[in-house]
Design a protein around this ligand. Structure first.
Ligand code: NAD
Length: 478
């Protein structure tokens, strides 16, 4: 059994309930972890409180150097970590390897920014008085992480928090705690002082809630659904805790009449179906100009029908299983709702057949046309491999329909016309807009949702600001 990681070592839970971690492709139990208790959270927070003064006093350059060593340890173990990630999460092995590399890149990015932490100086506020603008770490921060990218989304919080001088307690998703625990162990063995990075496994309503309510936790970095994000924000309000919320999305992809259609088709296929459609930034609605709608649709359907579905550990699988039976039931209900409202299924729309699929949560990649605007696939987040295609007259209609969503995470526009590209970039209500590109996140750029897709940003140097308090100091001399 895997256990919590607190103060530099694996420790047993004070409780006795455990949770099985199940392989989504086979239904087999990979391992078990404790369902952590409030006492376990208190122990982890205390370890982080005790470690904070020493970590804050460590020079920023040395904090960066320690994080660089942690990155080396992760890169030396990519094969083992990726295998474990596929077993607990389900994604194809190649995508797991990409995710581990992505984590390493993020931590390396923040290690590199360590020597660049800056405050400010304001001369002559009054006679012989000047001001300093200090940036200081908050103290103990908590990271609450979902199951779809358990490692890279943990990295988005650990990197900026630790480089800024905070210590941290991580709560992974209940269904994907194993790779996170192993990554934290490797980083600690590589030189992170005990207590700087801790991990408590268990339920959101117990472990997550205890972290949010803990008086000594100063900041919550949360990634998950909009629904749970709302609860996190409300609970954090009781102690006016700082929050960064990265929540759900329903990203539009707009294909204009002058676009390179083949490239737009490839982008739609990758953007919708990587991680079996279970990505916040996945393409979830396609708006295509009427003039090119038939060509685009025919090419996308042909491409999607060739995507191979199978266990993530099997070479050649492009789509693994859905993460849980519940996730598959949800996508089935959303597709059925669209069909009942008149949608046509152009590809997929059902489970694959064959004995090799019987134990896993598999579902075929699905393309829908003639979708009613009030269908669930248009109004809700679709967290699985199904996409509606909607023809539009022009760019203004595309932008209006793209913006008619409670979400505002990412967006993608395919055009060779600079005027259309610029207008779309300005008008789309989304924290990220890709022009002739899709869903690729850069550590160098800030990423955060508009509307009900989030509060604050991860990535970029902006993320560090979200893990530091700003303080004014006035110095008066004789
Ligand atoms: P979720 O909201 O169900 O759970 C996320 C985490 O919150 C888990 O660790 C869970 O245990 C914990 N949690 C649940 N209830 C809690 C509570 N009451 N208090 C504290 N913690 C609690 O999300 P999920 O199903 O694991 O992930 C999928 C969702 O995450 C999708 O909506 C997706 O769009 C979103 N997501 C957003 C981003 C982004 O960057 N914006 C990235 C990835 C995923």
């Amino acid at each position: 059994m895997a256990t919590h990681f607190i103060n530099g070592e694996y420790v047993q839970s004070t409780g006795s309930t455990i949770r099985e971690v199940v392989n989504p492709a086979t239904g087999e139990v990979v391992d078990t972890t404790p369902r952590g208790t409030v006492e376990d959270v208190n122990a982890a927070v205390q370890a982080a409180v005790d470690a904070f003064p020493g970590w804050w006093d460590t020079s920023a350059a040395k904090r960066g150097a320690i994080l660089y060593r942690a990155v080396e340890a992760i890169r030396a173990n990519v094969a083992e970590l990726a295998h474990l990630l596929t077993c607990e999460q389900g994604k194809p092995l190649a995508e797991s390897q990409m995710e581990i590399h992505r984590f390493a890149h993020t931590i390396e990015h923040y290690a590199g920014l360590a020597k660049n932490l800056r405050g400010g100086y304001v001369p002559n506020l009054d006679e012989r008085a000047h001001g300093l603008i200090l940036k200081r770490p908050y103290g103990v921060c908590a990271a609450i992480v979902p199951w779809n990218f358990p490692v890279s989304l943990m990295g988005n919080k650990v990197g900026p928090a630790l480089v800024a001088g905070n210590t941290m307690v991580v709560k992974p998703a209940e269904t994907t705690p194993l790779t996170d625990l192993r990554v934290i162990e490797l980083m600690s063995r590589a030189g992170l002082p005990a207590g700087v990075l801790n991990c408590v496994t268990g339920q959101g309503s117990v472990v997550g809630q205890a972290l949010i309510e803990h008086p000594q936790v100063a900041k919550i970095g949360f990634t998950g659904s909009t629904e749970v994000g709302r609860q996190v924000m409300a609970s954090a309000a009781k102690t006016i805790k700082r929050v960064t919320l990265e929540l759900g999305g329903s990203d539009p992809l707009i294909v204009c009449d002058d676009a390179d259609i083949d490239q737009a088709v490839s982008a739609a296929s990758v953007g919708r179906f990587f991680n079996c459609g279970q990505a916040c930034l996945a393409i979830k609605r396609i708006f295509v100009f009427e003039a090119v709608a038939d060509e685009f649709t025919a090419k996308l359907v042909a491409k999607v029908k060739k995507l191979s579905v199978g266990p993530g550990l099997e070479a050649g699988s492009r789509l693994g299983p859905l993460h849980t039976p519940g996730q598959r039931a949800e996508i089935e209900a959303q597709v059925q709702d669209a069909v009942e409202r008149g949608a046509k299924v152009l590809a997929g729309g059902r489970r694959p057949e064959g004995i090799q699929y019987e134990q896993g949560n598999f579902y075929l990649p699905t393309v829908l046309a003639d979708v009613a605007p009030d269908s669930r696939v248009m109004t809700e987040e679709v967290f699985g491999p199904a996409v509606p295609i909607v023809p539009v007259k022009d760019l203004d209609e595309a932008i209006t329909r793209a913006n008619s969503s409670i979400f505002g995470l990412g967006s993608s526009v395919w055009t060779r016309d600079l005027n259309k590209a610029t207008r779309a970039a300005e008008r789309l209500e989304a924290g990220y807009t890709w022009i002739n590109s899709v869903a690729k996140i850069y550590d160098e750029l800030p990423f955060g949702g508009f509307k009900q897709s989030g509060v604050g940003q991860e990535h970029g140097s902006e993320a560090i600001d979200h893990y530091m308090a700003t303080k004014a100091v006035v110095i008066k001399t004789e």
